[in-house]
Design a protein around this ligand. Sequence first.
Ligand code: PHE
Length: 555
Amino acid sequence: MKQPTSISRRHFLGSIGKVAGSSVMLKAAAAIGLTMTVSGCGASNASELPPVTPPPTDPVTPTPTDPPTPPPAVNPDPRPSDWPQGSGNNRTVTILGSGIAGMTAAFEMNKLGYQCTILEATARAGGRCRTIRAGDTIEETDSVQSCQFDNDPTLYFNPGPSRIPHHHDLLLGYCRQFAIELETFTNENRAALYHSTNAFNGQPQLARRVIADSRGYISELLSTAVNQNALDQALTTQERTDIIEMLKSYGALSPNSSYTGSNRAGFEGQENTGGTGRNTPIAPLDLTEILNSDFWQYQTSFAETINQQPTLLQPVGGMDKIAKAFEQQVADNITYQAVVTQILKTDSGVRIVYQDQTGSDVVVESDYCICTIPATVLKNIDADFSPAHQNEIDNFNYANPCKIAFQSRRFWEQEHNIYGGISWTNQNITQIWYPNSGFGRDQGVIVGAYTFGSNAGDSFAILSPQQRLNTGITQANQLHPQYGNEVTNGISICWPKVPFQLGGWGTSAANNLLNADGNIYFAGEHLSNLKGWQEGAILSAYHAVNGIVERDTML
Ligand code: PHE
């Protein structure tokens, strides 16, 4: 079997330092005999190691890390079952925005006896929860695109939310209640690709090889450390034996604890063609190249995080099944094409002015307001918010993701055995998503870009829709050389340019906006501990409704 190119121990350690920090690096160094001994007299010392370079910034660094776990709440999160029936007593509420937060609030408050009016700026309910099919349009501040997909219900694109973690109970509860059919959504697919322009001569690598070989090399190194008694922690003989066995299993090590490759990585001949060779073992990838790549910075562990780990779900036929189901429940409450221009507090409640579809100003007075308008939009609306609220609105940051989608023959299934999941690249497109349903059909919709880092998002936002597609194709060709010849009917969305959204999801910490300003309450995913998730929008709606109900039931 072909052996991987050798890597100097020092280079290896430098790279480990980048990933794991210097203390791990020093322990690893000790394990392979590179550093000074405890008495400090060794020939080598750690300062000779290559400098630990800081992690690169965009586009490699992902922005959407989940927010840190909040401290335990004194009271558990409110649930609709906590709210007394009739607590609304016909009081009036104006809800600004018919996204998931606004519609959740209306749905629950209707049941409590509040009179709800939802003002929706567009002609459609759902906010960022929407699905694009043949003939739909995507409007941005300086462009309009019309979706050219074939007219087929399986050919759709979710430009906003697209996956639902299995523990997002509230959203999944509404799906059950509204009989929305769900299917699995795949984040991690071992037949998908990792690609970096900095490693493997820019050749994409099969996920199964990257993952199996990374685990193998790490396990071998740790076994060496354990065998040399190089860990700080004292291990009993039994623990040592167990850890060595655990590492053999975890990393597919040989009986002598070395890593020489594994059939977990597949076989020779299966790499790019999906061929049927199952006899010739495949040599492990070169460790230096794995370390040169950025795969390990977040891509290979993306699907480990609590909100991205299996099982994930999606509504059959498009995410807007959820928006439509909510809309059906609260249809009577919604005024469409009502663009809010003023939000003012009054002695007894709230006064909202909006422009209706004819351009006339309309005034609505109510006891309460729940404002779900994204902060990026709200900051330009005339309002008499307290300075603390206004200041937080003015400075609230948002992620600026861009997505591109194409219709295509399912070449990824037919030629590469890729059924759902994600390929990753360090180019600005960042991700390619393969459809998670309709397997075996001829045509599918492939998401050809989903940016996380802000530079990547900005790089697309400044382009015209056609230029975005061209760039998307050039970059995706690096992963799938046939891509440009296959994909067609492209369409894109850059969220910072979508009217009445002006951003993807909130990234700032919510503080003052969690408290009412007079009779104005705030909601939206950006004010939750699950920013960038529909579950967060629901949680934030519960928070606002709870504030109002508590106030009314204490009267
Ligand atoms: N929920 C969005 C997604 O899954 C945005 C997000 C990504 C939020 C990663 C947190 C972490 O793509």
